[in-house]
Every structure is written in structure tokens, then in C-alpha cells.
Design a protein around this ligand. Structure first.
Ligand code: G3I
Length: 378
């Protein structure tokens, strides 16, 4: 069921710092959607370090939720067994607390950005099920426990299923089988009984993934294990997904009784090379193939042509119309970043492209589709 949005929205924003003597009332994205869903942004460390003051102003004004883009991932926070690096995650949490935001933790159990030691023994073989269980428990207890009462919800398990609907052959799956998912949720709940717990993946519009996740979630619920939300990452493109499949997933996930969360929204304006967000795609090409792909697929290095920009904005307006239509099911829409210049999409699946996937452009201007929405012109 939808959560209480109340603590996270402010009714009106008075921008006292504007040059005119009268405080100017301006519409904000979070206020516009205050009765619908939270509006979030993924933040890199440099943002919370104050190295991008303009992006800071944007986030403070328009967003009421944040998620850690990288600093809470396993390899960052526990790079060696028992040696935790908390500085960046602490700063991230403080940033959200100072602004009274809904703070989301990402991600507790994920095959990627996993510290190499985590699933291996001293000679590099995979550890036994008991050892991995203990390491998962220790990691989750330490991380969730440290931020108990501060983090609204955790991406507990990330990217567990591949496109055909089967389990990803991750070390977690190889060592523990399907049980690693309920175990991770159980440990997270023990560490902070009040925190919301989510399962999260990309390409959630695929029927096979939809079916697999509905089954996983229903099984967890049947076993009495807490799960609050299903995260649809939503790294999308101009040619995918088809809206009816995307909508079917929103509805199917909502029907499980979980909140639906759009957790990592961005839409590439460039020709699609790789659907989804499997970071491994970066390494599947040879340097020569990458150079060739860069020539062919980096089509707007000097700015987005007007017709493409219009197409992007029209499509994003449709995406938000869909979210609004299902706002009874969707509790949060989080962008995977703030401005086009800082998006991971500039480096995926080949480095060096200039992409335009986010809500604000490289000059910190809000994209026209959202400007129209919040000024009630649509
Ligand atoms: O921190 C190091 C830095 O010390 C080093 O100099 C630099 C050189 O390459 O790399 C830096 O680490 C990079 C890190 O981002 C921080 O910028 C990694 O190489 C790079 O691989 C990493 O990419 C992140 C990616 O996850 C890794 O899987 C992206 O920023 C991040 O946006 C992306 O986020 C994921 C979500 O967690 C899960 N869903 C898909 C999404 C997009 O891939």
C-alpha cells in the first residue's frame, strides 16, 4: 500500500534568495507530485561533497528523496572483510537528514560492485553456504544497523533475475540457491524492523521478468517475510519499452500489494546499443569495436537537435502521464542523477558519448516537458 508522503513534502517553496525584493513563489517538481509520489534523485559523492552547488540547489528545491548512486555499494562500504568505510555514506545520509528527505539505501546484495573477497576464500574458491550466510548477515547488520531509523528503505536485493526470467548466475545464487533472497530480506528486517525493504531490477517491463518477480514477491509474502516495494529501475530509451508492457508490469507489481517504485529513471536520447543496465556490457566489446561504435552511435556530441529534443520531451511526458495514471500504486519516482552531464549513460555501454537522459540539461535547465507539467500547462 502507498506510504505516507506527508512528512516529505512542503506545501509551498518561497525562494527568499532571488534578486527581487519580494520572495517569489515558484512551482517545484516535488510539490507538483506531492499527492502522487516522492520525487527522488541518485546522488554521487561529489554532490554531497558540495562540488556541484548548482545541482545542490536543484536537488534541494525539487526533490524530496535521495538514493546513494555508489557510496553504499558493497565494494565501497566494506572493501575488506570487517573494514568498513563509512565517510561517504555518512555524508550522504546527513545530506538527506539536513533537508528532511526520504533517504534510500542502495544496495545490500548485488553481484556487481561486490568486493572481491566477499564470496571467496583465501585461495580464491567460492565459500561454503554457511560462510556466505554469515558474511551477508554481518554486512547487512552493520550497514542497515548503522543507519537504523535514518534510512526510509533499502534496495535489499538488486538485479537477481536475467531477461529470460531465470535466476542470474551470481555467486549468491551459485552458493545459496534461491534462498539467498529470503535470507537477505530476513537479515535486513532484523537489523532495522522499521525500514522498508525493496527488490530492484532493470528491464522490468519484460513479461518474463514480470512473472519471475511477482512469484518471488508472493513467495516472500507467503512465508511472512517483509517486503514493501518492487523497484523498476527504468533505464529506458526512445525505442523501448513499449508502454503497454511497461504498464502491465506496474499493474502486476502493484497487485502484489507492494508499492511500485520507479527507482533509476533515465531515458537515453541516443541510438540504443544495449537495452537494460548490465554494466558488464562495457567490457564485452574490444577497444576497436568501441572506437567504431563511438563513431556510429555518438550522434549528438554538440547538442540535441530540436526535433530529437521534442521527441524526447514528448515521450517523457507520456511516461509521466503513465506514472500519474498509476499513482495509486507508485510511491516514488527517482531519477538516476540530476543533470545530463553527470549521467552514467555518457559512459554506457561505450565511454565517451554525449547523452541527454535526465531531468535537467548540462546548463541546469529543467527539461521543457516537466516545466509544462509543473506550470500546469499540460
Ligand atoms: O570510484 C572510482 C574512481 O576512484 C576511479 O578513478 C574511477 C575510474 O574509472 O572509477 C570510479 O568508480 C566508478 C564508479 O562508478 C564511481 O564513479 C566505476 O568505475 C564505475 O563502474 C561506476 O559505475 C557505476 C555503476 O553503477 C557500476 O555498476 C555508476 O556510477 C552507477 O550509476 C551505476 O548504477 C547502477 C545501479 O547501481 C544499479 N542499476 C544500474 C545502474 C546503472 O549501471
Amino acid at each position: 500500500m502507498k506510504k505516507h508522503l506527508l512528512p516529505y513534502f512542503c506545501i509551498t517553496v518561497l525562494v527568499a534568495s532571488c534578486s527581487s525584493s519580494n520572495a517569489e513563489q515558484i512551482p517545484t517538481v516535488k510539490d507538483h507530485f506531492k499527492d502522487d509520489f516522492l520525487i527522488g534523485a541518485a546522488l554521487p559523492v561529489r554532490h554531497v561533497d558540495g562540488m556541484d552547488p548548482k545541482a545542490d540547489s536543484i536537488v534541494t528545491l525539487h526533490f524530496n528523496s535521495i538514493v546513494a548512486e555508489n557510496c553504499m555499494k558493497n565494494e565501497k562500504i566494506q572493501p575488506e572483510e570487517g573494514k568498513f568505510f563509512w565517510d561517504d555514506a555518512d555524508k550522504f545520509v546527513k545530506y538527506g537528514e539536513d533537508r528532511d528527505m526520504a533517504i534510500i539505501g542502495h544496495a545490500l546484495v548485488w553481484h556487481s560492485q561486490l568486493a572481491p573477497w566477499f564470496t571467496k576464500d583465501a585461495v580464491g574458491n567460492e565459500v561454503s553456504p554457511d560462510v556466505l550466510k554469515q558474511r551477508m548477515k554481518d554486512h547487512i547488520y552493520a550497514v542497515v544497523g548503522r543507519y537504523k531509523g535514518k534510512i526510509k528503505g533499502w534496495d535489499v536485493v538488486n538485479e537477481a533475475i536475467v531477461d529470460d526470467g531465470s535466476y542470474r548466475n551470481s555467486p549468491f545464487y551459485r552458493i545459496l540457491g534461491e534462498d539467498y533472497i529470503p535470507l537477505a530480506f530476513q537479515y535486513a528486517h532484523e537489523a532495522d524492523p522499521d525500514a522498508e525493504l525493496y527488490i530492484n531490477d532493470f528491464s522490468m517491463f519484460l513479461p518474463e521478468k514480470r512473472e519471475a518477480y511477482v512469484k518471488i514477491v508472493n513467495d516472500l509474502k507467503k512465508r511472512g517475510i517483509r517486503i514493501d516495494g518492487i523497484g523498476m529501475q527504468s533505464h529506458i530509451g526512445m525505442d523501448y519499452p513499449e508502454f503497454d508492457e511497461y504498464e502491465k508490469s506496474i499493474v502486476a507489481f502493484g497487485n502484489t500489494g507492494c508499492d511500485v517504485m520507479i527507482t533509476e529513471l533515465d531515458m537515453s536520447a541516443l541510438p540504443t546499443i544495449e537495452k537494460g543496465a548490465d554494466i558488464g556490457a562495457i567490457f564485452r566489446m574490444t577497444p576497436e569495436e568501441r572506437r567504431e561504435a563511438l563513431k556510429k552511435f555518438n550522434v549528438y556530441p554538440d547538442g540535441l537537435p530540436e526535433d530529437v529534443s521534442k521527441e524526447w520531451n514528448d515521450r517523457m511526458a507520456q511516461v509521466f502521464a503513465l506514472y500519474k495514471k498509476h499513482s495509486d500504486k507508485i510511491s516514488r519516482v527517482t531519477w538516476w542523477g540530476t543533470t545530463d552531464g553527470m549521467s552514467w549513460k555518457n559512459g554506457f555501454p561505450i565511454p565517451g558519448r554525449t547523452d541527454y537522459p535526465l531531468l535537467f540539461d548540462r546548463e541546469y535547465n529543467m527539461k521543457p516537458f516537466m516545466q509544462k507539467i509543473i506550470e500546469n500547462l499540460e
